[in-house]
Design a protein around this ligand. Structure first.
Ligand code: DQA
Length: 154
């Protein structure tokens, strides 16, 4: 597992544009939980898995890229829901590759049951795995999967 001075580095959970509007944004698609609710559930899951977690959110592509650059030194793995940038951002794809960490892509909705422009993901090209369509549970499943990926790397 990626360690710094004997300590396992936290797993970074990154959320992209419009995900700060969870709970009020098209709840029939994204559910009624707020981003704060999702973060609380992730913290509880991480504690029970014995992982440290850090959360970042931005509506700005460049800021997301900078979170990923920082992950190269500061994090052991990356769980990312890049929102709409999933489908457009070569910059986020490049930054994920620069990070050189295990990556799990999460989407609340099943992007393959939706508009065709959501079917392509640049993030997937850099991800070990993709979880979509399971709502906020996807983040918790991603944490459990990340724990296994990190243990394999020990
Ligand atoms: C999303 C799916 C994207 O297509 C969309 O642009 C989002 C949210 C999801 O979590 O289902 O913002 O990433």
């Amino acid at each position: 597992m990626a360690k710094r001075s004997g300590k396992i580095r936290p797993v970074l959970i990154v959320n992209g544009p419009n995900l700060n509007m969870l709970g009020v944004r098209q709840p029939e698609i994204y559910g009624r939980e707020s981003l704060g609710d999702v973060i609380r559930a992730c913290r509880a899951e991480a504690t029970s898995l014995g992982l440290d977690v850090e959360f970042r959110h931005s509506n700005k592509e460049g800021e997301l890229v900078e979170f990923l650059h920082a992950a190269r030194q500061g994090n052991s793995g990356i769980i990312i829901n890049a929102g709409a940038y999933t489908h457009t951002s070569v910059a986020i794809f490049d930054a994920l590759q620069i990070a050189e960490k295990p990556v799990i892509e999460v989407h609340l909705s099943n992007i393959f049951r939706r508009e065709s422009f959501r079917h392509h993901s640049y993030v997937s090209l850099a991800a070990q795995g993709v979880i979509c369509g399971l709502g906020s549970q996807g983040y918790l499943l991603a944490l459990a999967a990340m724990k296994k990926l990190l243990n394999k790397g020990k």
